[in-house]
Structures are given as C-alpha cells and as structure tokens.
Design a protein around this ligand. Structure first.
Ligand SMILES: [Zn+2]
Length: 377
C-alpha cells in the first residue's frame, strides 16, 4: 500500500500488558482507585488536552476506539470461509470476498512448526514468490466453488498496478498467460468471475441490477486518489448504458481508519483532488490501556504535555470510496460496507502491513450466473 508505516500496539498485546500491571499492583496491595478509573474513561478529556495540537481541523481518536468487529464469514462445504454481501440475494448474481481461512497454502501459516499435527492450510489466492503455485491455483478453484458452486468457473484476475485503468473482460481472458495490466474490470458476460486481489487495499464490487453488468475495482490510496471507482461507474454508463440509480456496490475488507497511518504527502495529494478530503483524515493516537488505567504510575517519568506516543495521521479509504460511489450517483442505501479491518483481524485476513510485507492475497469476486444455472428446471 505504500506510504509511511506506523507499527501499532495491538489491542491484544496492550491488554496483556495491562493484566500484567494489574497482577503486579494487586500483589503489592495497590490497586487503581475509583478516581483513576474515571480518568481512564475514553470520554475524559484530560488525556486529549495534553496532546500537542498539530492540526485542529482533524478529529482525534484513540486507536482502540476505532476498532470494529470483523464480519462473520460463511463456511462453504469445501472449507473455504468467505464473506457474502449482506442483502445481495439476487439469483443471477455471484459476489463475495475471500478470507485467509480454508485452502491449501502453508506459506503464511503462523503455527506450522514441525511436530504439530497437520492442520488445514490457508486460502492464499495470489501467485507470490513464497507460496506454491499449484496450491494457489487449487485455492482459486476452491474459492470459485464457494461462490458459484462450480470449481471450474473461470476466475479472471488482473496485474494490478495502483492505476485507474479499467478493462472490459470476457471468458477468453481466463486463458491468457499474462493477465491484463489494470485495476478494474467490467463484463456483461455470464459464467465468469471478475477478481481483484488485495491484502490491505480496498476491493469494490459493483453490479447493475437492470442491465446485468458487473465490475470489480482495486483501490489503494493511489487508485482512490485517481478516482478508480468514479471512473469505473462512468465506464459502465458509457459502455453499457448503466443508470447509476440501478447500481449496487459492496466495499470489501481492507485496512481501516483504525490502522491506516499515512504520511503528510497523502493528505496533500487528497487535498488537491477532493473538496471533502479533510473529512477523510483523522488523528489517531496509540491507546495504552496501562497509562489510561494507571496515569499516576507515569507522572514521575514525564511532564504533562509530553506524550510518549504522538498522534499519527490516518486516512479512511472505505469512506473515500463510498464518497466516490455517491458522487457517481449511487444511492447511499445501495452501498454495502462489508467491513473488517485487515490489520486488526490477522486471524481472518491477510494484511500486507500487519505482516510487514510477508502476506498472502485475498480476492473479491463478482459474476453473472449463467441463465441455465438459475432457471428452474
Ligand atoms: Zn484496524
């Protein structure tokens, strides 16, 4: 995803640290008082008041207050756990987002040390240097089967390069040796799945309910800046005569506002492109549950106003792409946010940032079911 990275204290490790302090203090007969408890409340302003004000126009949040729960995946009979789009129960439409669960890949498994009983692998869907190509291809069939009930459904992927280039794809593209170099694809041809690969970037699926056209887009910060989704909806209108009012969209799992720290250069780029740019950014500070609960422990070490962890600038790519869909004429009610921050939920998702670049890839897929397969026999 590029740009500068801030390693986050995960909420799990922070809570572990808090428990350790709790235990130690209870052994010495000390415990936090009611007064200290109240100062740990997120709405208490004293903690915020001591932060240096860098840019008062941004709202501020503690990292842990922005964390959202992961959506519950659906488990296919072949073991693949994937995320359907809530409310998309159209018999003609296939759509879904993969997770890392299910599949045959061992390359990114956390606990594959020798001696452990053999456990199922993971669903890496990207051809990477570290994973076995055959396993990835078999994983793709498993994912296609989970979404369409047929492992042979062609899955068309792209060679993504953070652009706003969009191609019209067809069944013949499944046989290409080299995928198209693009970050979006559109088709009106039934019987195939358009796929976008991600491991933090935002995947967006769009469908035209009237004309039965589907599209898939890849939006990291660069693609978002280049308005790939707005461009894509424009191409659906131009090529297929789509009316924005008939379009539905689903924004899949990606790195959330909670975790996506960026450099100031991303802010200035967005400022130059979007009138609403500033609404997409937030100042986020690392919450430290130990400091929140036991502020007295730290008073001798650091004077007020000298925060140990300064806030970092975060951008909300999900909201940015939702705004683009609205600008392109979609109704707010037609946009589904599937949710799930890829970095916050490493058990469920691959995260490029969360695993420092050593990650598998997930897929977002959309397609039009072939008429003979949904017509009652
Ligand atoms: Zn997160």
């Amino acid at each position: 995803m590029g740009s500068s990275s801030n390693k986050k204290l995960t909420s799990a490790s922070a809570l572990k640290a808090l428990k350790a302090v709790d235990r130690r203090l209870s052994k010495t007969g000390l415990s936090h008082t009611k007064r200290h408890q109240s100062s740990s409340h997120p709405r208490n302003t004293s903690a915020r008041a001591v932060r240096p004000v860098r840019n008062p126009s941004f709202a501020r949040n503690a990292h842990e207050d922005l964390i959202t729960p992961a959506p519950p995946p659906r488990r296919a009979t072949n073991g693949v756990e994937w995320l359907p789009v809530p409310g998309w129960d159209f018999p003609w439409l296939w759509a879904g987002f993969s997770t890392r669960k299910g599949g045959l890949s061992r390359a990114y498994c956390a606990d594959d040390s020798p001696g452990l009983p053999a456990v199922a692998g993971e669903l890496n869907l990207g051809i990477t240097a570290t994973d076995d190509r055959e396993n990835v291809l078999r994983n793709r069939h498993l994912f296609a089967e989970a979404v369409t009930s047929d492992p042979a459904t062609p899955l068309i992927s792209l060679r993504q390069f953070h652009s706003n280039r969009i191609v019209r794809t067809s069944r013949t593209d499944a046989a290409r040796n080299q995928p198209h170099k693009a970050d979006g694809q559109i088709t009106a041809e039934p019987g195939l799945l358009l796929a976008i690969q991600t491991a933090d970037c935002i995947p967006i699926l769009v469908a035209d309910r009237k004309r039965r056209v589907v599209a898939a887009f890849h939006a990291g910060w660069r693609g978002t800046l280049k308005r790939i989704v707005e461009t894509g909806v424009g191409q659906m209108r131009l090529t297929f005569g789509s009316d924005s009012k008939d379009l539905i969209a689903a924004i899949g799992p990606g790195i959330g506002l909670c975790c996506y720290a960026v450099g100031e250069e991303v802010l200035s780029e967005f400022d130059s492109q979007f009138t609403y740019a500033r609404e997409l950014f937030r100042e986020v500070y690392d919450s430290d549950p130990v400091r929140r609960k036991y502020p007295m422990l730290f008073l001798t070490q650091r004077a007020p106003g000298h925060s140990p962890i300064g806030p970092s600038l975060h951008v909300d790519l999900i909201e940015a792409n939702r705004r683009q869909l609205l600008s392109a004429g979609l109704a707010a009610a037609s946009i589904q946010i599937v949710g799930g921050c890829t970095q916050c939920h490493p058990d469920l998702f691959f995260s490029h940032r969360g695993s420092h670049g050593y990650a598998g890839r997930m897929m977002a897929a959309i397609g039009i079911r072939e008429a003979r397969k949904h017509r009652p026999s």
